[in-house]
Design a protein around this ligand. Sequence first.
Ligand code: MN
Length: 407
Amino acid sequence: MWLSVPANTDFSIHNLPYGIFHTGDGQPRAGIAIGDHIIDLAAAAESGLFGKARFFKKIFSQPTLNEFIGLGKPVAQRIRKKVHAWLQQPERPANADRLLADRRAATMLMPIQVPNYTDFYSSIEHATNVGKMFRPDNPLLPNWRWLPVGYHGRASSIVASGTPVRRPWGQIVPKGQETPVYAPSQQLDFELEMAFVIGKNSALGTPISVEQADEYIFGLVLFNDWSARDIQRWEYVPLGPFLGKNFGSSISPWIVPIEALKPFRVKGPRQTPAPLEYLEQKGKQQYDIQLEVAVAAGGAPETVISRSNTRYLYWSMAQQLAHHTVNGCNVQVGDLMASGTISGPVPGSYGSLLELTWGGKEPLSLPGGITRTFLQDGDRLVMRAAAEKDGIRVGFGEVSGVVLEAL
Ligand code: MN
C-alpha cells in the first residue's frame, strides 16, 4: 500500500468502515476510514473510481448512508473492492490529494438516519447480575433462555459519538419512601453494547430466518445505551424501559462492514435448553471483539473500568433478527439492533456501573482519590472495540460523551 498507516490503527486496509463526515465546510459526505485519513467517497466517485460518476457522486453526497446501503450488498462490496484496489496500487495515484481528507481534522456525523431501534438483553452475565440485585432468589426469569428478550427503543434520540448527554429529570422514588419526587437522575449509568445496522428491507409478514440473517446485516457500531437507573426502577413495571433510556443513546461514527469481521467469527456459548426450531443455528455465530470502557472523571485522566468481549453474548445477531421477525415484523434499511449490555464472567468485565458498583454499594476507586458509583456532571465516558488476529486488526474507533448538568 502506498499510503502509510499507524501500525496499531483500528482502520487498517482489512477494515474500510463507512461514515459521514465534513471538514468544516458544512458539506456532509460519505467516507471510508483508512489510518489517519478518510477517503472522500463523493470525490472518489467524481474522479470515476466507481464508474457511473454522477450517480455515485449523488449517492455519496447524501447526509446519511441509507441510500447507499439500500443499493444492496453487491454494490457495497464492489465499492469496497475498488477502494481496496486503489489503496493497493504500487505508486501514489495522481488523484490521491483530491480523495484524501485528514481524519483527525474531520467532524464525524450520524452515519445513518435510524428508522427504528431495538435493544436486546442478550448477555446472560448481565441479565443474571441485574436479576440478582432485584430478585436474589430468582435472577434469570423463565423466558430468558428460550428467547432473545428485547424492547422497542427510541430512534430519534440516538446521537453520534462526541455529542454531550444531558442528565435527565424524571420521577424518582427516594430510598425508604413510597411516593416519587420530580428530580434530576442521581443514578446516571452507561451500557456497553454493540449494535448492528440493517442493510436490506424485509416485507411485512415475511420472517427472516437465522440462515438469511447475514444478508440483512450491513455492519456494526459501538453503542452506549445511557441509562437513568433511578427513573428506570420506578417506571419499568409492567411495560419495560421508557424515560430512563430514551433521553439519549450514542453510537460510534464508523460502521464496520460485517465482511471485515469474518476472520473473527467464533462459536458462542453453549445454549441450554436447545433453542426452538426457528432459533436453531450452526457454526460460528459470535465475534471475538475486545471491548473496553474508560472514564475521565472530575478532570482526572482516563481510566479503564471494564474490559469485555462480544463473544460472551448468549444470543447471536442471527437469532435476534430471526426472533424479531418471526411474527412477521418487517425491518428497514438503517434500523439499529443493539445487543444489550455485554458483561463478561468476572467483575472487571461488567458492562455497566450498576454491575461494576453492585447497585451503587461498592464505589469504584479512580486515580486522584476520586470515587464513583454513578456518573457525575462533567464525566467523560469512552468505549472502544477492536478485533485482532494473525496481525490483522479491525477496530471501531470510539464512542464517547460528556455528561452535562441537568437543566
Ligand atoms: Mn441496553
